[in-house]
Design a protein around this ligand. Structure first.
Ligand SMILES: Cc1cc2nc3c(=O)[nH]c(=O)nc-3n(C[C@H](O)[C@H](O)[C@H](O)COP(=O)(O)OP(=O)(O)OC[C@H]3O[C@@H](n4cnc5c(N)ncnc54)[C@H](O)[C@@H]3O)c2cc1C
Length: 456
């Protein structure tokens, strides 16, 4: 078999790459290889959220995400009923007044980087208007962010939150979308343009004179060798192993991340609430007796101590469902193992945590609603930025390092990747995502003092 381009992996990275190469750039003779059904390893496990609200240094991440969201909106407009997306936003909140200054500085920086206007609400006559989510749709949604520094305004617009909340940032070019459907849609379009899907596992890659020559695919029906000049690594949690087949070391680690889904029949979480992120550490609420009992045993003591910041969740769908995510134990990076281990304590711990900040959730603590849990790996780089573009072997490319943002970045990343392969003009943010950035001693210095990674 011959192909001009072989894409290894049919997750969102691989299908969106094939879509951008075949449908948007008109390239031919493209094959995607995967032993699993498309989008079933990590890309159907995500929380399906997106945001243009990303920290620096530099504006590359904000610009890449803005481009990606533009492309996602184009897809949405092509098939609005099949590919819905909303602009409910991301809401970051704190009860710690010591955090306000950092929150303000970070919001000013991200706004300056191109994420849109920052509107500060202090309950003063000079405040700009705040448009709540209930009053806009996708087309007329505000961009940028609204930062509330007045508690009475926070009570007015976010009455479901704990009264302890002292500052709240509502980022607006953010929300969620049916990300897996977007992937299926791009795959169908790519197949209709002649892309082939081959069921099998890339076992080895032949490189001669530092050039890609062929790819060996193992499947139930035997081995097959595909001669090709171009090879795209889009292997998600296994991208490091696939890189090693070409002798390329990718700076990727895999962290397990889980999410839990629960019913919220009383709508303790407002159905129009954006993705809510609590910026502070959390102490779960226990009675004195419970605390004493937990403190007695080594394995339960942690439940009575302070748990890390970053608890987040949102309403899901038209019914009563809510989604919660919380890495309360440091995610151990290592070799990915499948299926990812589930944590039976997550539903109760995450619900108890969220009940400390959305108090109406406490009504479920006597009888925790039946949870559904799944998860996968964040395959991430040290600074949590993607790897997009050529590798040191001629004809080899990567669309990876997508961490916890692969669904939202896939369109922008694949647009950039397809430009590399097609020899089109590249945007000025291109170097920020090349593997070769790590060869630059100045970048290595920058990595040592890297601030927030933007990971949730
Ligand atoms: C709990 C959770 C919540 C998340 N929430 C969000 C979110 O809200 N928003 C967001 O944007 N992102 C989110 N993500 C991240 C997002 O899901 C991932 O970044 C994305 O799915 C990665 O896509 P991928 O195509 O790189 O990998 P995958 O979807 O894992 O696909 C990789 C594919 O490569 C194939 N493959 C591997 N090795 C080979 C080989 N040798 N030969 C052939 N095929 C191979 C695999 O079989 C697999 O099908 C979340 C992730 C998790 C786990």
């Amino acid at each position: 078999m011959n192909a001009d381009i072989v894409v290894c992996g049919a997750g969102i990275a691989g299908v969106s790459a094939a879509y951008h190469l075949a449908v948007k750039r008109g390239l031919n003779d493209i094959v995607i290889v995967d032993s699993l059904p498309p989008l079933t390893m990590t890309s159907d496990k995500s929380t399906e959220c997106y945001r243009n609200w990303w920290p620096g240094p530099g504006d590359a991440m904000v610009r890449l995400m803005n481009r990606s969201i533009d492309l996602m909106e184009e897809l949405h407009h092509e098939a609005p009923a099949r590919l819905p997306m909303n602009r409910n936003g991301y809401i970051f909140a704190t009860a710690d007044s010591d955090n306000i200054e950092t929150m303000l500085a970070s919001a000013e920086e991200i706004s300056r980087l191109g994420a849109g206007e920052l509107r500060i609400h202090r309950n003063a006559s000079t405040d700009l208007e705040y448009v709540p989510v209930t009053e806009h749709g996708l087309a007329d949604a505000p961009t940028g962010a609204d930062l509330f520094l007045d508690q009475s305004l926070i009570r007015k617009y976010f009455p479901h939150l704990t009264e302890r909340t002292v500052a709240l940032l509502h980022a607006r070019r953010c929300g969620w979308f049916v990300a897996q459907q977007f992937g299926m849609y791009m795959l169908e379009q790519a197949l209709a343009r002649g892309v082939k899907l081959v069921k099998g596992k890339v076992e080895s890659v032949e490189v001669k004179g530092n050039r890609i020559k062929s790819v060996k695919v193992a499947s139930n029906s035997g081995d097959e060798v595909i001669s090709t000049r171009n090879f795209v690594i889009a292997a998600g949690p296994l991208q490091k192993q696939v890189g090693q087949m070409l002798g390329v070391e990718l700076p990727i680690v895999c962290e397990p991340h889980l999410k839990v889904m629960l019913n919220d029949p009383y709508h303790a979480v407002p159905r129009k609430m954006g993705l809510f992120i609590w910026n502070d550490p959390v102490k779960l609420m226990w009675t004195e007796e419970e605390s004493a009992a937990l403190a007695e045993e080594e394995e339960t003591r942690w439940l009575a101590s302070e748990l890390p910041a970053g608890l987040h969740g949102r309403p899901e769908g038209e019914g009563d469902m809510i989604l919660l995510q919380w890495v309360y134990h440091k995610a151990e990076a290592g070799e990915p193992v499948f299926p990812v281990a589930l944590d039976p304590q997550l539903p109760e711990v995450a619900l108890r945590g969220m009940a400390t900040v959305i108090p109406a959730l406490s009504k479920y603590l006597n009888q925790i609603p039946k949870p559904f849990m799944d998860g996968g790996y964040y395959a991430r780089t040290p600074e949590n930025r993607p790897l997009i573009g050529p590798l040191p072997v001629e004809g080899a490319y990567i669309n990876g390092g997508f961490g916890g943002f692969g669904m939202m970045v896939s369109c922008g990343a694949s647009d950039l990747l397809a430009k590399h392969i097609a020899g089109a003009e590249l945007p000025s943010y291109t170097p920020a995502f090349l593997l070769s950035r790590y060869d630059d001693p100045q970048y290595q210095e920058l990595l040592k003092q890297w601030g927030a990674s933007g990971q949730l």
